[in-house]
Design a protein around this ligand. Structure first.
Ligand code: FAD
Length: 491
């Protein structure tokens, strides 16, 4: 017997839970299929354990590394159990523990760990199967020395010496955390900076902070091989070779690969190596099949999976509602200080707008009153806006709790708020986010005295033909011409 559902959701991580719970609340009969643990990566091997670890190493120095890791796991397990019980109790939602694969455009085969296979049919199907860590093979490196995010939080104790391959968000966050836990940490990054996809100023500052913390940072470096006898990781850096001795574990933080091993071709769904192809509402090339979260090319965070999941709920349950604009997705990196950003970096903006049309403002936190009273040495806000109108195009904040400051900028970018408006906004005194107002003030004071010139430049430049989009993967270097006041290429 094949059971019918209004909607089948594959994967109970951040994206799948948003869709399944949302649709059940709108009265749909939903089957939620999960092959492993409810909560997916975020709850079990991502956001929750990593942020618990970062919190514990920053706050409770009395705990041993072993006790910290135990506490991380206990908190994670408690949350997962609560989430599971909550989902199981929801009306209209059936949670099935099984691995799923398509057998036809409307039918899915479920394979539980034990017991018989089962087939179910859905009017609509949502693929939310997430991603897994990319692992490279390193000559001579035994499997038992390799860590990924899936095994990292299962460690019983802090490794004596951890090498981390990849200095993106996860690599940098874990470098700070394990260093503070007492491990010797070596961070190996291929490109010339850590956090190389963000504005160059960010990587420079976070690189320095990592080094100050005692992390050995090797940039422009490539792993060659591992020699087990001396536990040496041999790395090529430029023309030279570096030997990192005594490495106990190697954490691979090299990016993610989408979980697309679902026989998607049997449903006719288009995929590429980056994941399932979707439009802005989460719909695939097959009208009744949607995809959300890390299995799609445009995600990579829980809030992105959640935001797209909400759009899918809307498309399915409230079809008469217009889709609306795609939301801006900010991002945060929980290093010390934190980094948060929204909108494209300057290098990318320069391909969308004539560079002379962009004004960039950077304010150091140390130059704000709250920065002064809190003794903040490092941190800044960096905003890019259109000249004259001051429309905020993107922004980066490096500050303690930068993630808490970014929503104001997200709103500005999303709703096309201008620096003129931000300059008129009243902030309580003294708060760090006043740096945003200071940036807006700097723009206003620079623009007002030369208004006629600004109007003429804007009129000349605004509708000039744009250059084609850059290849995002090339990570083309750029030099942001920014200082404490506003500058553009025209000056
Ligand atoms: C160390 C680390 C730290 C992170 N920190 C943050 C953070 O601070 N903030 C943030 O926003 N994001 C963070 N992320 C990213 C975030 O965890 C992911 O973007 C998010 O979990 C993606 O959600 P998802 O629903 O797309 O996929 P997942 O959460 O991976 O869920 C997919 C689910 O599908 C299941 N599944 C897969 N295939 C099948 C199948 N065939 N049948 C049935 N079930 C299947 C999987 O078991 C899994 O449970 C972090 C990630 C890592 C690794």
């Amino acid at each position: 017997v094949v059971t019918d559902f209004d909607v089948i959701v594959l994967g109970a991580g951040s994206g799948g839970l948003t869709v399944a719970v949302g649709l059940a609340r709108f009265g749909k009969r939903v089957a939620l299929i999960e092959r492993d643990a409810v909560g997916g990566d975020c709850t079990n091997a991502g956001c929750i354990p990593s942020k618990s670890l970062i919190h514990l190493v920053a706050s409770d120095s009395a705990l041993s590394p072993r006790a910290v890791l135990e506490r991380v796991r206990a908190g994670r397990d408690r949350l997962r159990d609560e989430e599971t019980a909550w989902v199981q109790g929801l009306e209209g939602l059936t949670l099935v523990r099984a691995a799923a694969r398509f057998t036809s455009p409307h039918e899915v085969e479920l394979k539980p760990e034990a017991g018989h296979e089962e087939h179910i049919r859905g009017r609509r199907i949502v693929v939310a199967t997430g991603s897994r860590p990319s692992v490279i093979s390193v000559d001579g490196l035994p499997a038992e020395r390799i860590l990924t995010n899936e095994s990292l939080f299962e460690l019983k104790d802090a490794p004596e010496h951890m090498a981390i391959l990849g200095a993106g968000a996860i690599g940098c966050e874990m470098a700070f955390a394990f260093r503070r836990l007492g491990s010797r940490v070596t961070l190996v990054q291929r490109s010339e900076r850590v956090l190389s996809r963000l504005e160059p100023e960010v990587g420079e500052l976070i690189g320095q902070r990592l080094e100050r913390e005692g992390v050995e940072v090797l940039v422009g470096a490539r792993v060659d091989r591992f020699v087990e006898a001396s536990r040496t990781l041999e790395v090529r850096q430029g023309a030279g070779a570096v030997r990192i001795d005594g490495v106990e574990r190697v954490l691979m933080a090299l990016g993610r690969r989408p979980n697309i091993d679902l026989d998607l071709e049997k449903a006719g769904v288009a995929v590429n190596p980056q994941g399932v192809t979707i439009d802005g509402t989460g719909r695939t090339n097959v009208r009744h099949i949607f995809a959300v979260g890390d299995v799609t090319p445009a995600s990579g965070s829980t809030h992105a999976a959640n935001a797209l999941g909400r759009r899918v709920v809307r498309s399915i349950a409230l079809r008469w509602l217009p889709a609306g604009r795609r939301p801006q997705i900010p991002a945060a990196v929980f290093t010390d200080p934190e980094v948060a950003h929204v909108g494209p970096p300057l290098a990318e903006l320069r391909h969308r707008f004539p560079p002379e049309l962009i004004r960039s403002v950077r304010i150091e936190l140390a130059d704000t009153d709250r920065g002064y009273t809190s003794g903040i040495e490092a941190g800044f806000v960096l905003l890019h806006a259109l000249r004259l109108t001051g429309r905020v195009l993107s922004g980066t904040i490096v500050a303690p709790a930068a993630g808490e400051m970014i929503p104001l900028l997200t709103l500005a970018v999303q709703r096309r708020v201008t620096l003129w408006a931000l300059s008129g906004l009243v902030f309580p005194y003294p708060v760090l986010s006043e740096a945003l107002k200071k940036a807006a003030d700097a723009f206003v004071f620079e623009t007002l005295p030369r208004l006629p010139r600004e109007v003429a430049a804007y009129a000349r430049l605004r509708w000039r033909r744009r250059r084609p989009e850059p290849d995002r993967r090339s990570g083309a270097a750029h030099g942001a011409q920014v200082g404490p006041t506003v500058r553009s290429r025209e000056g």
